[in-house]
Design a protein around this ligand. Structure first.
Ligand SMILES: *Cc1c(COP(=O)(O)O)cnc(C)c1O
Length: 521
């Protein structure tokens, strides 16, 4: 009798398409191709945003989704993808449009999005070896590479986080715990009360996430002391020294947070001076380089962030300069022992004997447990473009910002407020409007462009007449599209000026009823 052949593997008659690293990748590619079909069938808005008031745009999305209930039966993957793809094109944002210039939100590189889809398809997690070995090695490789670029030594370590806000939170936590250890206080067990009154210094232009971090960590927002800036919008070291000298006896200086690339202006605090002051006073030195770290990719701009290597920790957002889809933030520390704050042994995840044999993962360096392998897209991008490729993209965006600055300076209807440090330019439309009308005029101008969908500008408030002077409402370009050209900047500024002229003919005193109507629209 011939040997029986192995029976064929039974196939389910109702196979559900699952993503994965084998056949699952084909399923993902097929689904994506069908979604792209839906997107191509969509009516693309002419500008970076859909035209219409927010109420109408948001309402259009909701009505296409149908009643806000969990549907009893589904319409199937193809129809669902088709519908959502269309809606994202028609009511979403198009960051590849050269007039998309509002936030630190770049058009992401296609290679990064593709790599992110691969990582997502595998659904690997960074916490333990058995939830996905490759991603863990990729993250360790990436952290080492970025630490090297920062100028950190062999003791450095780091972790990917869901954003600069969270990276800053971890940095303040490490600052708190490092000072607590020195004072013999066990914060993790006993809370922060035993620390006295902790104080965290940052400039008055620092990102609000430092304040939030202090609140979350139990230090209170009152722990934050805002150090004044100079005319170039950089923290004044002399003022920091003065504020340190004025601390009460119970106040403990925990940390100084220097910003390397303020969100609005790209200004970089004087890192070497601040490092020296931090060292003298036993403070943790955190550099919030969420925006500015990418300057290290460029030979031209790297000198602007010199001194980063002196920090105890650095926040890096590669979903800003780095052209990654969010989130791709990294917290780097110069001495990896800082992560002892997060050490944790969990029997079902990382028992000691597994760890000794190398079966642990990155659980002990993160506030998260399950964690996406965000390092994959960043590592793929670094392999694809190298420092040189990314540096060239940044130089292009910096050139665009300098061009905008020159154009604004040469236009009598515009007023330059802050020039191009990195890739932002802050300015006002003035025309012939009275000074008292300018705040309202610039605010309205930006909303008018958003409503028409034609251009997406940023907005902030800033001093014009030097530090301490009142802040005025300004417009902001954040230029992160390396495919845009100077002609795009010219056309965008022309649009700002013509819109400003039109609006300047309207009376400027806004009544309460106007404000109310705007709120309801
Ligand atoms: C963007 C930014 C942050 C916050 O980062 P998210 O990734 O948006 O959470 C923090 N600091 C600075 C200077 C930033 O520009």
């Amino acid at each position: 009798m011939p040997a029986a052949e192995a029976p064929p593997r039974p196939r389910s008659t109702a196979t559900i398409p699952l993503a994965g690293t084998g056949d699952g990748l084909t399923e993902v590619a097929d689904a994506l191709a069908r979604a792209v079909g839906g997107a191509q069938a969509a009516q693309r808005p002419a500008g970076p945003l859909p035209a219409g008031a927010p109420h109408d745009v948001l309402g259009a999305v909701t009505s296409r989704l149908g009643p806000a209930v969990v549907p009893a039966t589904g319409i199937g993957a193809d129809a669902a993808l088709h519908r959502v793809a269309k809606l994202l094109v028609e009511q979403g944002i198009n960051l590849t449009h050269p007039f998309a210039a509002a936030h630190l939100q770049p058009p992401p590189l296609a290679v990064a999005v593709a790599a992110d889809a691969l990582a997502g398809a595998s659904n690997a997690s960074q916490d333990t070896y058995d939830s996905g070995p490759a991603g863990i090695a990729v993250e360790r490789w990436l952290v080492a590479a970025l630490a090297g670029l920062a100028g950190f030594g062999a003791e450095a370590d780091g972790v990917l986080t869901p954003g600069g806000s969270l990276s800053n939170l971890m940095a303040v936590m490490f600052a708190r715990d490092s000072v607590a250890r020195r004072l013999g206080v066990d914060v993790r067990a006993d809370g922060v009360a035993a620390l006295g009154t902790p104080v965290v210094f940052c400039s008055e232009l620092a990102h609000f996430s430092t304040h939030r971090a202090c609140a979350v960590l139990g230090l209170g927002e009152s722990a934050v002391r805002a150090v004044p800036v100079d005319a170039d919008r950089r923290m004044r070291p002399d003022a920091l020294v003065e504020m340190l000298a004025e601390l009460d006896s119970g106040e403990i200086p925990l940390a100084v947070v220097a910003t390397a690339g303020t969100t609005d202006f790209g200004s970089v605090d004087p890192l070497p001076e601040i490092a020296e002051i931090a060292r003298e006073h036993g403070m943790w030195f955190h550099a919030d380089a969420a925006y500015g770290f990418g300057a290290l990719f460029s030979d031209r701009l790297a000198p602007r962030v010199a001194g980063l290597e002196l920090a105890d920790s650095i926040t890096v957002d590669l979903h800003k300069i780095g052209w990654q889809p969010s989130a791709a933030s990294v917290l780097l520390v110069s001495d990896g022992t800082a992560f002892s704050s997060l050490e944790r042994q969990v029997d079902y995840l990382n028992p000691a004997d597994d760890g000794e044999q190398g079966y642990d993962g990155l659980l002990g360096v993160s506030l998260q447990t399950t964690r996406r392998p965000d390092a994959v897209k960043v590592a793929t991008t670094l392999l694809a473009y190298g420092r040189e490729g990314l540096g060239r993209m940044l130089d292009t965006c910096h050139d665009l910002a300098r061009h905008a600055e020159t154009r604004i300076l040469g236009d009598p209807e515009l007023e330059l407020v802050a020039g191009a440090n990195l890739t932002t330019v802050v300015f006002r439309y003035r025309g012939t409007a009275a000074e008292a009308c300018l705040d309202e005029l610039n605010g309205t101008l930006r909303r008018e462009l958003l409503r028409s969908g034609r251009a997406l500008l940023g907005r902030t408030s800033a001093f014009v007449d030097g530090p301490g002077a009142p802040s005025v409402t300004c417009l902001k370009f954040t230029l992160l599209n390396p495919n845009a050209g100077v002609a795009d900047i010219d056309a965008l500024l022309d649009l700002v000026v013509t819109t400003g002229r039109e609006l300047a003919t309207r009376p400027c005193t806004r009544t309460d009823a106007d404000a109310h109507q705007e709120g309801a629209a």
